[in-house]
Design a protein around this ligand. Structure first.
Ligand code: C2E
Ligand code: MG
Ligand code: MG
Length: 682
């Protein structure tokens, strides 16, 4: 290895023996220095091809000497491509002296700080000469090989052709001393190759292994890790056999740093979602952490995606997940982020502080998903979203969790499909979770209390009945009203246990009063819609009443109007309750969507008019409505109970309409057992 001085500057000159080795393989090399417009040809090339040592200025110089005039334009073009920054260019040019075809490849190997090409390796092959070897070799040498060695196995010698800066610094003198192959490799492996990879590398470089390999292939590649100054780099060794007969005599070894490639490959595994091929959550978080602007994190889910998987199969399911992903990518801007989390869950980050815009984007995404489902002829993909505001330094997990909370809130809703997180929701959800957790123990420990609200006949002012209303006594003694927990237990299905508990308690209480020989009045209990769907509910209630020795007529059942309206199965249940002897009350009539057709359902014996209608008393329309409702109910043979009656005017009005009973604060609030018992006795 040496250098050539030209116009006071130093240019690179490979070792003479390495040059000869290349020539023996049909390779003629040169270097091109784009900035100096200079080509320096190796001495061996000068000798073999009859080339000049230096061509200056390029490309004019070479075309006037070595290349046929007809190919001059092509030659010029080749060098200009390198000047313009193309990394690797090739052309077939004919030699001026004998018109022989020369395959010229130029590969840029060094760039300046601005990325302008500084130095390139040129390879000239004469295809007639050892075609196969040279083709491989060209590839081997032009592929970014930082260090290249010529190895003569017969002489057991290593000759460096080109050394990288690192190797030059560390091993320069050593390699120039033409070390033995074994010693050279051994030294390098024990000093530079990472411990774990040493054995593999020793095997890879062993003459036995190479010989075995070269018997079938001309090129052998082995990757390993090197450690320099404590830093690990991924390296690739490529050995090209120069001996055409499959034996091992002479070979070229190239070494390159493939860390960048390798890191990308590893990154792919670490950051790519296996289903969509897009970013995964890990990568999403990493990218979001680098953000300096505020935005919103969106948690996205698809309604009943399970159906797709079970009906269409998981392969189709994955395909749809990829389509959803494409829709998401179309929906986000260049500053936004998105990732597939798992199953049908996705996360999006919108770098936007305008809630309305985020809502708009989510609506767009919903529409696009709908369209795409139609195009693909798959079940409608209906997404729903939870959104929470994120700003730099926020914990991503926490904000994502908030977005999830908001998403759960919106899952059952029909009117909207996205919601923004608010702290009040979170507090409520936490509270609900605590209530759910406390439910079973509370049932066991009788922490649910039954209170009784009397019903009076306004004519006689007599106590004629009561409604059982549940309350929850918490461990600290406070009383929680059913408005807080009943909706929750209705949602999660626990209400049926509570309803049954209240029912049994009332039955036992009635039995006790019966046994004491006092008067017993009907005490109605509430049966939630969720309890109605409870298997064998009629049979269970009938059995409880009979086990406790109570006639069902003492424990009427209240069903809310909306529940009563719902469907055929409730009509059937109503008739079965009736057959079992339970009087049925329509509860909350007039609250929500009232319908007179409810009154026409068979087997309801009492209509309970909701407080919201009672509150209209004194208002002309309200009065007429009540008049007609009560008249109609009476016409159909029903009893009428007015709920939420609070003042004398209301009582007088209802009395006038022959309302059968009144339940309200005017007479009494719901009472704990002892107080109610006193009222009964008194
Ligand atoms: P509901 O069945 O319509 O019960 C009547 C509600 O109106 C009771 O509220 C009662 O305290 C209230 N109320 C009665 N008179 C007046 C009045 O003059 N003024 C005012 N402002 N309110 C009055 P409560 O006890 O809070 O119960 C609320 C709801 O919780 C009940 O409405 C019922 O739907 C449900 N609930 C209570 N206990 C149970 C139960 O054991 N099972 C089921 N499924 N639901 C129950
Ligand atoms: Mg009720
Ligand atoms: Mg009611």
């Amino acid at each position: 290895m040496g250098e050539l001085l030209y116009c006071g500057k130093k240019y690179y000159e490979p070792d003479w023996r390495a040059q000869q080795a290349l020539v023996s393989a049909g390779i003629y090399s040169f270097r091109y220095y784009p900035k100096d417009r200079l080509v320096v040809v190796t001495d061996a090339t000068v000798k073999e091809l009859g080339a000049k040592k230096v061509y200056d200025p390029m490309p004019a110089a070479m075309k006037d000497h070595l290349i046929m005039t007809e190919d001059a334009a092509q030659c010029t073009d080749l060098f200009q491509k390198v000047d313009r920054g193309e990394k690797r260019v090739a052309a077939n040019l004919r030699r001026r002296s004998d018109h022989a075809l020369m395959h010229v490849t130029i590969t840029t190997t060094d760039w300046d700080e601005e990325g302008k090409p500084e130095s390139a390796i040129g390879i000239i092959e004469l295809p007639e000469d050892e075609e196969t070897v040279s083709a491989e070799l060209v590839r081997a040498l032009s592929d970014d090989y930082h260090s290249i060695y010529y190895i003569d196995f017969d002489k057991n010698e290593v000759v460096p052709y080109r050394l990288s800066k690192d190797i030059e610094k560390e091993y320069g003198t050593f390699f120039r001393s033409k070390p033995e192959y074994g010693a050279a490799m051994g030294g390098y492996i024990s000093q530079t190759v990472q411990q774990e990879d040493r054995e593999g590398m020793l095997h890879a470089c062993s003459v036995t292994n190479l010989r075995e390999h070269f018997a079938e292939n001309r090129v052998y590649v082995h990757d390993f890790r090197a450690v320099r100054n404590g830093k690990v780099t991924y390296c690739r060794m490529k050995a090209v056999n120069l001996s055409a007969d499959g034996e091992l005599h002479k070979a070229i070894f190239g070494f390159s740093d493939i860390s960048l490639e390798k890191t990308r490959e590893l990154e792919r595994y670490a950051y790519v979602d296996p289903v969509t091929g897009g970013d995964n959550y890990v990568y999403f978080k990493q990218k979001l952490e680098r953000k300096t602007k505020k935005g919103f994190i969106v948690s996205m889910d698809i309604h009943s995606f399970k159906v797709v998987n079970s009906v269409c199969g998981t392969t189709k399911g994955d395909e749809i997940l990829r389509e959803i992903w494409k829709c998401i990518l179309n929906n986000i801007g260049e500053n936004d982020l998105a990732a597939h989390i798992n199953a049908d869950h996705y996360i999006i980050f919108y770098e936007d502080t305008d809630r309305a815009k985020v809502s708009e984007r989510l609506e767009m995404l919903t529409i696009q998903l709908g369209k795409r489902s139609v195009e693909l002829n798959v079940p409608q993909q209906l997404p729903y979203f939870g959104v929470s505001a994120w700003e730099p330094d926020n914990k991503i997990e926490q904000i994502y969790n908030e977005a999830n909370i908001a998403r759960h809130e919106v899952k059952e809703r029909k009117d909207v499909n996205h919601a923004f997180f608010c702290q009040a929701d979170a507090t409520r959800i936490l509270q609900e979770k605590q209530m759910e957790d406390a439910f079973e123990v509370s049932i066991r420990n009788h922490r649910f209390e039954v209170w009784y609200q009397p019903k009076y006949n306004p004519e006689s002012e007599q106590l004629v009945g009561a409604e059982a209303l549940v309350r929850w006594r918490t461990t600290d003694g406070t009383l929680v009203s059913p408005g807080v927990f009943v909706p929750l237990f209705e949602r999660n299905g626990m209400i049926r246990y509570l309803d049954e508990y209240v029912f049994r308690t009332v039955c036992m209480q009635q039995k006790q009063w019966l046994d004491q020989g006092g008067t017993v009045i009907p005490i109605s209990v509430n049966l939630s819609r969720a309890s109605l769907y409870f298997q064998n509910v009629v049979e269970r209630y009938r059995k409880i009443a009979s086990d406790e020795g109570i006639n069902p007529s003492y424990v009427p059942i209240e069903i809310t109007e909306t529940a009563a309206l719902d469907d055929q199965s409730i009509r059937e249940l109503a008739s079965r309750f009736y057959e079992a002897g339970f009087p049925l009350h329509i509860d909350d009539f007039g609250a929500g969507y009232s319908s007179f057709s409810t009154l026409n359902i068979m087997h309801f014996d009492t209509l309970k008019i909701d407080k919201s209608l009672i509150d209209y008393i004194g208002n002309y329309g309200g009065d007429r409505l009540l008049e007609h409702t009560i008249a109609l109910a009476k016409d159909l043979g029903m009893h009428v109970t007015a709920e939420g009656v609070e003042n004398e005017t209301q009582v007088a009005f209802l009395k006038n309409l022959n309302c059968d009973s009144i339940q309200g604060y005017y007479y009494s609030k719901p009472l704990p057992l002892e107080e109610f018992a006193e009222k009964m006795a008194g």
